[in-house]
Design a protein around this ligand. Sequence first.
Ligand code: FAD
Ligand code: UDP
Length: 361
Amino acid sequence: MKYDFLIVGCGFSGAVLARELAEANKSVKIIDTRNHIGGNAFDIKDKNGILIHPYGPHIFHTNSDKIFAYLSKYTKWRFYEHRVLARNKSKHYQIPINLNTINSFFNLSLNEKQVESFFEKIRIKKNKIKTSEDVVLNSVGEELCDAFFRGYTKKQWDLDLSELSAGVASRIPTRTNKDDRYFSDKYQFMPKKGYSDLFKNLLNHSSISIDLGVDFFESRDKYSYKNLIYTGPIDKFYNFKYGKLPYRSLIFKHEFYKKPSYQKAATINFPNEYKFTRITEFKKITGQKHEGTSIVREYSRSSGDPYYPVPNKKNESLFKKYQQLAKKEKNTYFVGRLAEYRYYNMDQVVGAALTLARKLC
Ligand code: FAD
Ligand code: UDP
Protein backbone atom coordinates (compact mmCIF):
# COMPACT_ATOMS: atom_id res chain seq x y z
CA MET A 1 0.00 0.00 0.00
CA LYS A 2 1.19 3.52 -0.78
CA TYR A 3 0.53 5.72 2.25
CA ASP A 4 -0.17 9.42 1.89
CA PHE A 5 2.12 9.96 4.89
CA LEU A 6 4.82 8.01 6.66
CA ILE A 7 5.39 9.50 10.12
CA VAL A 8 8.61 8.69 11.97
CA GLY A 9 8.09 8.93 15.72
CA CYS A 10 5.05 8.26 17.85
CA GLY A 11 5.47 11.06 20.40
CA PHE A 12 3.23 14.13 20.66
CA SER A 13 4.41 15.63 17.37
CA GLY A 14 3.95 12.46 15.31
CA ALA A 15 0.70 11.37 16.96
CA VAL A 16 -1.04 14.75 16.64
CA LEU A 17 -0.04 14.96 12.98
CA ALA A 18 -1.21 11.39 12.37
CA ARG A 19 -4.64 12.24 13.79
CA GLU A 20 -5.02 15.52 11.94
CA LEU A 21 -4.00 13.99 8.62
CA ALA A 22 -6.29 11.01 9.16
CA GLU A 23 -9.17 13.41 9.90
CA ALA A 24 -8.40 15.00 6.52
CA ASN A 25 -8.84 11.59 4.85
CA LYS A 26 -5.14 10.87 4.40
CA SER A 27 -3.78 7.39 4.97
CA VAL A 28 -1.06 7.38 7.61
CA LYS A 29 1.57 4.87 8.69
CA ILE A 30 3.31 5.86 11.91
CA ILE A 31 6.44 4.04 13.10
CA ASP A 32 8.66 4.16 16.16
CA THR A 33 11.86 2.38 17.15
CA ARG A 34 10.43 1.93 20.61
CA ASN A 35 7.91 -0.79 21.30
CA HIS A 36 5.31 1.67 22.62
CA ILE A 37 3.40 4.79 21.60
CA GLY A 38 3.75 8.17 23.34
CA GLY A 39 7.43 8.99 22.83
CA ASN A 40 8.97 10.44 25.96
CA ALA A 41 5.54 11.11 27.44
CA PHE A 42 4.76 7.37 27.61
CA ASP A 43 3.56 6.10 30.99
CA ILE A 44 2.96 2.58 32.29
CA LYS A 45 2.24 0.75 35.54
CA ASP A 46 5.44 -0.68 37.04
CA LYS A 47 5.53 -4.22 38.42
CA ASN A 48 4.11 -2.95 41.71
CA GLY A 49 1.11 -1.41 39.99
CA ILE A 50 2.19 2.23 40.24
CA LEU A 51 1.78 4.46 37.20
CA ILE A 52 5.25 5.77 36.36
CA HIS A 53 6.82 7.84 33.58
CA PRO A 54 9.77 5.71 32.39
CA TYR A 55 11.35 8.73 30.64
CA GLY A 56 11.07 11.14 33.56
CA PRO A 57 8.25 13.18 35.09
CA HIS A 58 5.82 14.79 32.64
CA ILE A 59 3.45 17.47 33.89
CA PHE A 60 1.08 19.06 31.41
CA HIS A 61 0.76 22.84 31.50
CA THR A 62 -0.26 25.40 28.89
CA ASN A 63 -1.58 28.91 28.45
CA SER A 64 -3.21 28.01 25.16
CA ASP A 65 -7.01 27.61 25.16
CA LYS A 66 -6.72 26.01 21.73
CA ILE A 67 -4.18 23.36 22.70
CA PHE A 68 -6.00 22.51 25.91
CA ALA A 69 -9.31 22.18 24.04
CA TYR A 70 -7.64 20.05 21.36
CA LEU A 71 -6.19 17.52 23.80
CA SER A 72 -9.41 17.49 25.82
CA LYS A 73 -10.98 15.62 22.90
CA TYR A 74 -8.73 12.67 23.76
CA THR A 75 -8.51 12.72 27.54
CA LYS A 76 -10.27 13.77 30.71
CA TRP A 77 -8.07 15.64 33.14
CA ARG A 78 -7.07 15.68 36.80
CA PHE A 79 -6.28 19.14 38.20
CA TYR A 80 -2.68 19.17 39.35
CA GLU A 81 -0.27 22.00 40.17
CA HIS A 82 3.34 20.91 40.41
CA ARG A 83 5.41 21.98 43.42
CA VAL A 84 9.16 21.55 43.74
CA LEU A 85 11.62 21.91 46.60
CA ALA A 86 15.37 22.36 46.24
CA ARG A 87 17.71 20.99 48.86
CA ASN A 88 20.66 23.09 49.94
CA LYS A 89 22.88 22.21 52.90
CA SER A 90 20.25 19.80 54.30
CA LYS A 91 17.43 22.38 54.17
CA HIS A 92 14.56 22.44 51.69
CA TYR A 93 13.51 25.61 49.87
CA GLN A 94 10.63 26.39 47.57
CA ILE A 95 11.65 26.68 43.94
CA PRO A 96 11.11 28.87 41.83
CA ILE A 97 12.63 31.37 44.24
CA ASN A 98 9.80 33.29 45.91
CA LEU A 99 9.19 35.33 49.07
CA ASN A 100 9.26 32.19 51.27
CA THR A 101 12.56 31.06 49.73
CA ILE A 102 14.18 34.41 50.47
CA ASN A 103 12.88 34.62 54.05
CA SER A 104 13.92 31.09 54.83
CA PHE A 105 17.32 31.22 53.06
CA PHE A 106 18.40 34.54 54.60
CA ASN A 107 16.44 34.12 57.86
CA LEU A 108 14.37 37.25 57.25
CA SER A 109 10.70 38.13 57.49
CA LEU A 110 10.21 40.42 54.52
CA ASN A 111 6.88 41.17 52.88
CA GLU A 112 6.23 41.41 49.13
CA LYS A 113 7.15 45.09 48.91
CA GLN A 114 10.32 44.66 50.96
CA VAL A 115 11.49 41.65 48.98
CA GLU A 116 11.38 43.73 45.80
CA SER A 117 13.95 46.13 47.27
CA PHE A 118 15.89 43.15 48.61
CA PHE A 119 16.16 41.71 45.09
CA GLU A 120 17.30 45.14 43.89
CA LYS A 121 20.14 44.95 46.42
CA ILE A 122 21.32 41.43 45.66
CA ARG A 123 20.82 41.26 41.90
CA ILE A 124 23.69 41.98 39.54
CA LYS A 125 22.21 44.22 36.90
CA LYS A 126 22.91 43.13 33.32
CA ASN A 127 22.21 45.49 30.45
CA LYS A 128 22.09 42.72 27.91
CA ILE A 129 20.66 39.31 28.78
CA LYS A 130 22.41 36.83 26.51
CA THR A 131 23.14 33.75 28.58
CA SER A 132 21.46 31.80 31.36
CA GLU A 133 24.04 33.24 33.75
CA ASP A 134 22.86 36.75 32.83
CA VAL A 135 19.26 35.69 33.55
CA VAL A 136 20.01 34.33 37.01
CA LEU A 137 22.51 36.99 38.17
CA ASN A 138 20.24 39.74 36.88
CA SER A 139 17.32 38.47 38.91
CA VAL A 140 18.79 36.99 42.12
CA GLY A 141 22.57 37.64 42.23
CA GLU A 142 25.56 35.43 42.96
CA GLU A 143 24.72 33.72 46.28
CA LEU A 144 21.35 32.33 45.20
CA CYS A 145 22.80 31.49 41.79
CA ASP A 146 25.42 29.30 43.44
CA ALA A 147 22.93 27.79 45.88
CA PHE A 148 20.28 26.83 43.33
CA PHE A 149 21.38 27.21 39.70
CA ARG A 150 25.06 26.84 38.90
CA GLY A 151 25.54 23.33 40.28
CA TYR A 152 22.24 22.00 38.94
CA THR A 153 23.02 23.40 35.50
CA LYS A 154 26.52 21.92 35.46
CA LYS A 155 25.08 18.52 36.37
CA GLN A 156 22.27 18.70 33.84
CA TRP A 157 24.13 20.12 30.85
CA ASP A 158 27.81 19.66 31.73
CA LEU A 159 28.07 23.36 30.91
CA ASP A 160 28.34 26.50 32.95
CA LEU A 161 25.29 28.77 33.02
CA SER A 162 27.29 31.25 30.92
CA GLU A 163 27.55 28.66 28.12
CA LEU A 164 23.78 28.24 27.71
CA SER A 165 21.27 30.51 25.99
CA ALA A 166 19.10 32.70 28.19
CA GLY A 167 16.04 30.58 27.37
CA VAL A 168 17.18 27.70 29.58
CA ALA A 169 17.24 29.50 32.93
CA SER A 170 14.35 31.76 31.87
CA ARG A 171 12.11 28.71 32.23
CA ILE A 172 12.34 29.28 35.98
CA PRO A 173 10.75 32.57 37.09
CA THR A 174 11.62 34.61 40.20
CA ARG A 175 8.64 35.65 42.30
CA THR A 176 8.12 38.30 44.96
CA ASN A 177 4.94 36.65 46.29
CA LYS A 178 4.44 33.28 48.01
CA ASP A 179 3.30 31.42 44.90
CA ASP A 180 5.17 28.11 45.14
CA ARG A 181 3.83 26.47 41.99
CA TYR A 182 6.51 25.36 39.53
CA PHE A 183 4.44 26.59 36.58
CA SER A 184 2.17 29.63 36.31
CA ASP A 185 0.16 28.51 33.27
CA LYS A 186 -3.59 28.91 32.95
CA TYR A 187 -4.13 25.17 32.52
CA GLN A 188 -2.24 22.71 34.73
CA PHE A 189 -3.54 19.16 34.55
CA MET A 190 -2.55 15.53 34.27
CA PRO A 191 -4.38 13.21 31.85
CA LYS A 192 -6.86 11.41 34.11
CA LYS A 193 -6.00 7.92 32.89
CA GLY A 194 -2.41 8.77 31.96
CA TYR A 195 -0.56 9.79 28.81
CA SER A 196 -0.59 6.35 27.16
CA ASP A 197 -4.38 6.35 27.32
CA LEU A 198 -4.43 9.83 25.74
CA PHE A 199 -2.18 8.55 22.91
CA LYS A 200 -4.31 5.45 22.42
CA ASN A 201 -7.34 7.68 21.86
CA LEU A 202 -5.43 10.09 19.64
CA LEU A 203 -4.23 7.28 17.37
CA ASN A 204 -7.51 5.39 17.32
CA HIS A 205 -8.57 6.12 13.74
CA SER A 206 -9.22 3.77 10.84
CA SER A 207 -6.79 5.66 8.57
CA ILE A 208 -3.87 5.31 11.00
CA SER A 209 -1.79 2.16 11.26
CA ILE A 210 1.13 1.82 13.64
CA ASP A 211 4.36 -0.23 13.41
CA LEU A 212 6.39 -0.35 16.62
CA GLY A 213 9.96 -1.55 17.11
CA VAL A 214 10.83 -0.24 13.64
CA ASP A 215 13.81 2.01 12.89
CA PHE A 216 13.20 4.32 9.97
CA PHE A 217 16.80 4.17 8.76
CA GLU A 218 16.75 0.40 8.65
CA SER A 219 13.34 0.01 7.07
CA ARG A 220 12.60 3.12 4.99
CA ASP A 221 12.67 1.08 1.76
CA LYS A 222 10.00 -1.28 3.06
CA TYR A 223 7.40 1.48 3.03
CA SER A 224 5.85 3.19 0.07
CA TYR A 225 4.66 6.74 0.79
CA LYS A 226 4.03 10.11 -0.83
CA ASN A 227 5.11 12.32 2.07
CA LEU A 228 7.40 11.91 5.05
CA ILE A 229 7.16 13.50 8.50
CA TYR A 230 10.26 13.03 10.60
CA THR A 231 10.33 13.73 14.36
CA GLY A 232 13.73 12.18 15.26
CA PRO A 233 17.10 13.95 15.61
CA ILE A 234 17.68 16.06 12.50
CA ASP A 235 21.47 15.47 12.34
CA LYS A 236 20.89 11.74 12.13
CA PHE A 237 18.50 12.19 9.19
CA TYR A 238 21.40 13.74 7.25
CA ASN A 239 23.88 11.15 8.46
CA PHE A 240 25.69 13.81 10.56
CA LYS A 241 26.85 15.53 7.34
CA TYR A 242 27.85 18.73 9.19
CA GLY A 243 28.82 16.98 12.42
CA LYS A 244 26.89 15.85 15.49
CA LEU A 245 24.37 18.15 17.12
CA PRO A 246 24.71 17.72 20.88
CA TYR A 247 21.64 16.29 22.58
CA ARG A 248 21.63 15.69 26.32
CA SER A 249 20.63 12.23 27.49
CA LEU A 250 19.51 10.91 30.86
CA ILE A 251 19.65 7.71 32.85
CA PHE A 252 16.51 7.12 34.87
CA LYS A 253 16.88 5.05 38.02
CA HIS A 254 13.46 3.89 39.14
CA GLU A 255 12.85 2.51 42.64
CA PHE A 256 9.89 1.21 44.62
CA TYR A 257 9.49 1.66 48.39
CA LYS A 258 7.10 -0.20 50.67
CA LYS A 259 5.84 2.95 52.37
CA PRO A 260 3.04 5.32 51.45
CA SER A 261 5.24 8.39 50.92
CA TYR A 262 8.92 8.84 50.03
CA GLN A 263 9.47 12.61 50.19
CA LYS A 264 7.59 15.77 51.08
CA ALA A 265 7.19 17.18 47.56
CA ALA A 266 6.47 15.66 44.15
CA THR A 267 9.95 16.68 43.01
CA ILE A 268 13.04 17.56 45.00
CA ASN A 269 15.94 19.18 43.16
CA PHE A 270 19.51 18.65 44.31
CA PRO A 271 21.51 21.56 42.90
CA ASN A 272 24.76 20.81 44.74
CA GLU A 273 24.53 17.34 46.26
CA TYR A 274 24.70 13.89 44.65
CA LYS A 275 25.19 13.03 41.00
CA PHE A 276 21.49 13.06 40.13
CA THR A 277 19.63 16.32 39.52
CA ARG A 278 16.24 15.50 41.01
CA ILE A 279 13.99 12.86 42.56
CA THR A 280 10.34 12.65 41.57
CA GLU A 281 7.67 10.64 43.34
CA PHE A 282 5.00 9.64 40.84
CA LYS A 283 2.00 9.14 43.12
CA LYS A 284 2.27 12.79 44.16
CA ILE A 285 1.77 13.78 40.53
CA THR A 286 -0.81 11.26 39.40
CA GLY A 287 -2.81 11.16 42.64
CA GLN A 288 -2.82 7.36 42.57
CA LYS A 289 -3.68 5.63 45.85
CA HIS A 290 -1.31 2.77 46.78
CA GLU A 291 0.35 1.54 49.97
CA GLY A 292 3.79 1.69 48.29
CA THR A 293 5.45 4.40 46.25
CA SER A 294 7.73 4.66 43.18
CA ILE A 295 10.35 7.31 42.52
CA VAL A 296 12.84 8.18 39.80
CA ARG A 297 16.30 9.73 40.03
CA GLU A 298 17.62 11.50 36.92
CA TYR A 299 21.30 11.35 35.96
CA SER A 300 22.38 13.40 32.99
CA ARG A 301 24.92 12.26 30.38
CA SER A 302 26.10 13.18 26.89
CA SER A 303 25.54 9.85 25.13
CA GLY A 304 22.47 7.64 24.87
CA ASP A 305 18.93 8.36 23.72
CA PRO A 306 18.57 12.06 22.88
CA TYR A 307 16.24 13.92 25.28
CA TYR A 308 17.24 17.60 25.31
CA PRO A 309 18.60 19.90 22.62
CA VAL A 310 21.44 21.97 24.12
CA PRO A 311 20.52 25.61 23.47
CA ASN A 312 23.50 27.85 22.80
CA LYS A 313 24.85 29.91 19.92
CA LYS A 314 27.22 27.30 18.56
CA ASN A 315 24.60 24.55 18.46
CA GLU A 316 21.94 26.86 17.07
CA SER A 317 24.19 27.77 14.14
CA LEU A 318 24.96 24.11 13.46
CA PHE A 319 21.24 23.36 13.62
CA LYS A 320 20.58 26.16 11.09
CA LYS A 321 22.80 24.37 8.57
CA TYR A 322 20.69 21.25 8.90
CA GLN A 323 17.55 23.37 8.77
CA GLN A 324 18.68 24.78 5.42
CA LEU A 325 18.87 21.25 4.05
CA ALA A 326 15.47 20.46 5.52
CA LYS A 327 13.91 23.50 3.88
CA LYS A 328 15.01 22.31 0.44
CA GLU A 329 13.30 18.92 0.84
CA LYS A 330 10.17 18.17 -1.13
CA ASN A 331 7.36 16.29 0.61
CA THR A 332 9.48 15.85 3.74
CA TYR A 333 8.71 17.73 6.93
CA PHE A 334 10.53 18.05 10.24
CA VAL A 335 8.71 18.68 13.50
CA GLY A 336 9.17 18.16 17.25
CA ARG A 337 11.75 18.64 19.96
CA LEU A 338 14.49 16.60 18.27
CA ALA A 339 13.87 17.50 14.63
CA GLU A 340 13.46 21.24 15.30
CA TYR A 341 16.18 21.24 17.98
CA ARG A 342 13.97 23.26 20.33
CA TYR A 343 13.55 22.97 24.08
CA TYR A 344 9.82 22.42 23.60
CA ASN A 345 7.34 21.47 26.31
CA MET A 346 4.56 19.06 25.36
CA ASP A 347 2.02 21.82 24.65
CA GLN A 348 4.49 23.59 22.35
CA VAL A 349 5.06 20.36 20.44
CA VAL A 350 1.30 19.93 20.04
CA GLY A 351 1.12 23.55 18.83
CA ALA A 352 3.91 22.99 16.29
CA ALA A 353 2.26 19.80 15.03
CA LEU A 354 -1.14 21.50 14.65
CA THR A 355 0.47 24.34 12.69
CA LEU A 356 2.15 21.90 10.30
CA ALA A 357 -1.08 19.89 10.01
CA ARG A 358 -2.97 23.03 8.97
CA LYS A 359 -0.39 23.69 6.27
CA LEU A 360 -0.51 20.11 4.98
CA CYS A 361 -4.29 19.74 4.99
P1 FAD B 1 9.51 12.48 21.39
O1 FAD B 1 8.53 12.31 22.47
O2 FAD B 1 10.97 12.33 21.71
O3 FAD B 1 9.14 11.45 20.23
C1 FAD B 1 10.00 11.18 19.15
C2 FAD B 1 9.87 9.70 18.84
O4 FAD B 1 10.59 9.45 17.62
C3 FAD B 1 10.51 8.81 19.90
O5 FAD B 1 9.55 7.94 20.45
C4 FAD B 1 11.60 8.06 19.15
O6 FAD B 1 11.74 6.72 19.56
C5 FAD B 1 11.12 8.16 17.70
N1 FAD B 1 12.21 8.04 16.74
C6 FAD B 1 13.34 8.77 16.69
N2 FAD B 1 14.12 8.36 15.67
C7 FAD B 1 13.46 7.34 15.06
C8 FAD B 1 13.75 6.49 13.97
N3 FAD B 1 14.89 6.58 13.29
N4 FAD B 1 12.85 5.55 13.62
C9 FAD B 1 11.68 5.42 14.29
N5 FAD B 1 11.37 6.19 15.34
C10 FAD B 1 12.24 7.13 15.74
N6 FAD B 1 7.22 18.60 28.73
C11 FAD B 1 6.22 19.17 29.43
O7 FAD B 1 5.35 19.85 28.86
N7 FAD B 1 6.10 18.98 30.80
C12 FAD B 1 7.00 18.24 31.49
O8 FAD B 1 6.88 18.09 32.72
C13 FAD B 1 8.09 17.64 30.77
N8 FAD B 1 9.00 16.90 31.42
C14 FAD B 1 10.02 16.33 30.72
C15 FAD B 1 10.95 15.55 31.42
C16 FAD B 1 11.98 14.93 30.74
C17 FAD B 1 12.98 14.12 31.50
C18 FAD B 1 12.10 15.09 29.31
C19 FAD B 1 13.22 14.42 28.57
C20 FAD B 1 11.18 15.86 28.62
C21 FAD B 1 10.14 16.48 29.32
N9 FAD B 1 9.18 17.24 28.65
C22 FAD B 1 8.15 17.85 29.36
C23 FAD B 1 9.24 17.48 27.18
C24 FAD B 1 8.42 16.46 26.39
O9 FAD B 1 8.93 15.17 26.63
C25 FAD B 1 8.53 16.80 24.91
O10 FAD B 1 8.13 18.13 24.66
C26 FAD B 1 7.68 15.90 24.02
O11 FAD B 1 7.61 14.59 24.48
C27 FAD B 1 8.31 15.92 22.64
O12 FAD B 1 7.53 15.19 21.74
P2 FAD B 1 8.15 14.81 20.32
O13 FAD B 1 7.11 14.09 19.58
O14 FAD B 1 8.76 16.00 19.68
O15 FAD B 1 9.40 13.87 20.67
N1 UDP C 1 17.49 24.94 36.94
C1 UDP C 1 18.39 25.07 38.00
N2 UDP C 1 17.96 24.77 39.26
C2 UDP C 1 16.72 24.33 39.52
C3 UDP C 1 15.82 24.18 38.46
C4 UDP C 1 16.24 24.48 37.17
O1 UDP C 1 19.54 25.45 37.79
O2 UDP C 1 16.41 24.06 40.70
C5 UDP C 1 17.96 25.29 35.57
C6 UDP C 1 18.75 24.11 34.95
O3 UDP C 1 19.70 24.63 34.06
C7 UDP C 1 17.64 23.37 34.24
C8 UDP C 1 16.84 24.53 33.66
O4 UDP C 1 16.87 25.52 34.71
O5 UDP C 1 18.14 22.49 33.26
C9 UDP C 1 15.41 24.23 33.28
O6 UDP C 1 14.76 23.61 34.37
P1 UDP C 1 13.44 22.73 34.16
O7 UDP C 1 12.99 22.30 35.49
O8 UDP C 1 12.50 23.48 33.30
O9 UDP C 1 14.05 21.49 33.35
P2 UDP C 1 13.34 20.22 32.70
O10 UDP C 1 12.12 19.90 33.52
O11 UDP C 1 13.05 20.58 31.28
O12 UDP C 1 14.40 19.17 32.83
